[in-house]
Design a protein around this ligand. Structure first.
Ligand code: MLT
Ligand code: ZN
Length: 452
């Protein structure tokens, strides 16, 4: 390893090859705080050509690498497992001028979502994907994991926003498709393949991203409901509004946790079991059409509406503060599942029971993105590692039995790898293995992530 470190120092400069344990530490875990292991070094290349040099140098030495964006992952996909070199893309922060004619922008992989939003919003444009980790998560990581979030019902997942990619392959060669042509029907869609590949096929270094209109008139409604079935039915009707942009679910115990952690006031005088947060956005004020629709919805027991920015963020905080509020109580088992929407209420109904059966005393907190049938299952207080594993098995088998997915938007990483077979058949997994072997035959990139 020492010869390799000297070569990496010669390529990047000693200040960008971190070997000191204190300096490495923040790169050796993710937002779950559940997984950690030692890296041989953390390297911080500045651009595509330095990434290519790093990959070539490590590959020549047979040194596996873990690729890292903002470290906000939740599935042990950006954490070393056994002495890998962590390749942090945090210095790839170039933000080109917005191409307003095409409504596209080219960015470095290390640009945060919040920095992209700050660059494009003054021009009346926006990025179609958004979620609570925006200040830390990076575009390279978002594309590598095909992140989802809160606006998927309107604009689609991250893969949909990708118009081009520059990436370094496992042997250090660079592929670059950044022209962003909406029509370019010339064979395999390599950017589409790399989106969601979780760093296992190549290192994404630059992106050409589609932008969407930043719709200026917005209204957020927090609705109190008696059941998840009612929430699903309200969302079914809300979809008739072209302005609908988000439809998020949380439950009474999640609200209690969030209020304890944030000090936010109770949104309603009475208590309710289920909450639906909906946002509409348009060129002109969508409040009236939203209110009209809600007036006809008998299931809505109570509602708070906000159209000014501070009021909207106060309502969003009840939903977005779930992750940090749960983490403040302990290290949860985090599962991110999706079921067909007609079965969402059944899933919410059955999940606490299957958890309690294998981890008595544990607490199940559920929240998520209604329209995609996407539930975040957070289990606090499982007594030991065996119980945590039993929780994973019980939840994911239930979800598979409902024709669902074991990972809706967080990806597979190493954390969900043993369960991939519940969502993908043997022929599909073999096809994925064949792609991995073709592009990274020596297993240098994110070994153990996604596939064994
Ligand atoms: C969210 O929707 O808030 C994220 O997926 C994060 C989480 O699941 O904790
Ligand atoms: Zn989510």
């Amino acid at each position: 390893v020492s010869g390799l470190l000297e070569r990496l120092q010669a390529v990047l400069g000693p200040e960008h090859v971190l070997v000191d344990p204190d300096l490495r530490a923040s790169y050796e875990t993710d937002w779950t705080r559940r997984w950690t292991a030692t890296a041989s070094a953390v390297v911080r290349p500045a651009d595509t050509s330095e990434v290519a040099d790093v990959v070539r140098t490590c590959a020549a030495a047979g040194q596996p690498m873990v690729i890292r964006g903002g470290g906000t992952g939740l599935v042990n996909g950006s954490v070393p497992a056994a002495g890998e070199v962590v390749v942090s893309l945090e210095r790839l922060r170039t933000l080109d001028a917005v191409d307003e004619v095409s409504a596209q922008i080219t960015v470095g992989a290390g640009v945060t979502l919040a920095a992209l939003q700050a660059q494009v919003r003054p021009l009346g444009l926006d990025f179609g994907v958004d979620f609570a980790a925006r200040d830390s998560c990076t575009l390279g990581g978002m594309v590598a994991t095909n992140a989802g979030g809160e606006r998927v019902l309107r604009w689609g997942v991250t893969r949909t926003q990708v118009a081009g990619i520059e990436a370094v392959l496992a042997d250090g060669t660079v592929i670059s498709r950044l022209a962003g042509l909406p029509k370019d029907n010339t064979g395999y869609d390599l950017p589409g393949l790399l989106a969601g590949s979780e760093g296992t096929l190549a290192v994404i270094t630059r992106l050409r991203l589609r932008l969407v209109p930043r719709l200026p008139a917005r209204v957020v409604a927090l609705l109190a409901l008696e059941s998840v079935a009612a929430a699903v039915d309200v969302v079914r009707r809300l979809r008739s509004l072209a302005s609908l942009e988000a439809a998020e679910l949380f439950l009474a115990d999640g609200l209690t946790l969030v209020r304890r952690h944030t000090g936010s006031p109770a949104p309603f005088v009475a208590t309710y079991p289920v909450f639906l947060l909906a946002e509409c956005a348009a060129r002109t004020d969508p409040s009236e059409e939203l209110l009209e629709l809600l007036e006809g919805a008998a299931e809505v027991a109570d509602a708070v509406i906000a159209s000014d920015a501070p009021g909207r963020s106060a309502l969003w905080r009840y939903r977005e503060a779930h992750t940090e509020s749960i983490n403040a109580e302990g290290v949860p088992v985090k599962l991110d599942v999706a079921v067909p929407l007609p079965r969402l209420a059944e899933a919410v109904d059955r999940l606490p029971g299957v958890v309690a059966a294998v981890a008595p005393g544990a607490r199940t907190v559920l929240f998520g993105h209604v329209n995609e049938g996407n539930l975040h299952v957070n289990v606090l207080g499982a007594p030991d590692a065996a119980a945590e594993h039993a929780v994973e098995v019980a939840v994911l088998e239930l979800v598979a039995g409902l024709d669902g997915s074991i990972s809706a938007e967080h990806g597979v990483g190493r954390a969900k790898r043993e369960f991939l077979r519940l969502s993908r058949g043997p022929a599909e997994i073999a096809a994925m293995q064949a792609i991995k072997s073709a592009l990274d035959p020596n297993g240098m990139l994110n070994p153990g992530v996604l596939l064994p």
